[in-house]
Design a protein around this ligand. Structure first.
Ligand code: PMP
Length: 293
């Protein structure tokens, strides 16, 4: 994926002239915060799904790292990046980080930067996964505990996701599932987890999991109950699905050694979510942000 133009600290710059220092502190220590956001082509033009909530979550992450953060500027930067790249259906990636200034851990003298990239949309688990479901493998890795790292979109947190994902894909699976040492389900490497049992939808709740914006939306759309879920209970589910900005609502078709069909409730929610994000559900149009410039 590549972008032609980026929004960098309030200005649109071409991809050729966007630069990052080899000594950027964030490159060495993961001290940045990012978001994964989707824009959709709707009958009224491009609309960004729950942009304000993404900005609020990003701001919380920036505060932990003392990165100066201007939510309104980045909000506008998301639309500017879309316009500069002539996109409507897109993935938007804002990041706030520390550029060059030394190799120490103090952040006071560093240069904070904010960038927004907008790219043509491509689902990270692939279109076939969206249709047929994905395979999910219980990871041998634990999720970063919230007592060590706040469960936010801090860049460094994702080393944990990357090594878990590598383990899963090398074993022939599409995605990894984090389970804690007590046997409670946490989340995927970039998704929250839901199950369906006897027609009831349950949203997995875990203190180490990211509070997903898609998860909150699906709880509201489905009336799901939120509660802790053990691996044993998940293994016994009728349906399992994952939610996230990128995967939207994606069913699980294989869970460890078990084949499981992508069931009717998962399919219904996949379609409902797809209609909501494209502005086809009147009562949820408020979740879609339009360009006001
Ligand atoms: N968990 C993790 C670790 C994630 O990276 C993501 C993707 N942002 C999610 C869950 C889902 O969050 P959202 O629905 O806000 O995209």
């Amino acid at each position: 994926m590549t972008a032609l133009h980026y929004w960098v600290d309030g200005h649109i710059v071409s991809a050729d002239s966007a630069r990052c220092s080899p000594l950027a502190q964030s490159l060495h220590y993961g001290t940045g915060v990012f978001e994964g956001i989707r824009s959709y082509a709707t009958d009224d033009g491009p609309r960004i799904f729950r942009l304000r909530e993404h900005m609020e979550r990003m701001q919380r992450g920036a505060e932990y790292l003392a990165i100066p953060f201007d939510a309104d500027a980045i909000y506008a930067g998301c639309f500017a990046a879309l316009r500069a790249n002539h996109l409507a259906d897109a993935y938007i990636r804002p990041i706030a980080y520390y550029d060059g200034g030394g190799i120490g851990l103090d952040v006071d003298s560093l240069i904070p930067r904010s960038i927004v990239a907008a790219m043509p949309w491509k689902t990270h688990l692939g279109e076939a996964s969206k249709r047929d479901g994905i395979s999910l493998r219980t990871s041998s890795w634990r999720r970063n505990p919230a007592t060590s790292l706040p469960p936010l979109k801090l860049c460094g947190n994702y080393v944990n996701s990357v090594i878990a994902k590598l383990e899963a894909t090398r074993a022939g699976f599409g995605e990894a599932l984090f389970v804690d040492e007590r046997g409670f389900v946490c989340e995927g490497t970039g998704e929250n987890v839901f199950l369906v049992k006897n027609g009831k939808v349950v949203a997995v709740k875990h203190p180490d999991a990211l509070s997903g914006i898609t998860r909150t939306s699906i709880i509201e759309l489905s009336g799901a109950t939120e509660r802790p879920v053990t691996l044993t209970e998940l293994r016994d589910a009728d349906e399992i699905f994952l939610t996230g900005t990128s995967v939207e609502v994606t069913g699980v078709s294989r869970f460890d050694a078990r084949d499981i069909s992508v069931g009717p409730i998962t399919r219904e929610l996949t379609q409902l979510y797809s209609a909501v994000v494209r502005g086809q559900a009147e009562q949820h149009r408020g979740w879609l942000a339009g360009d006001v410039t």
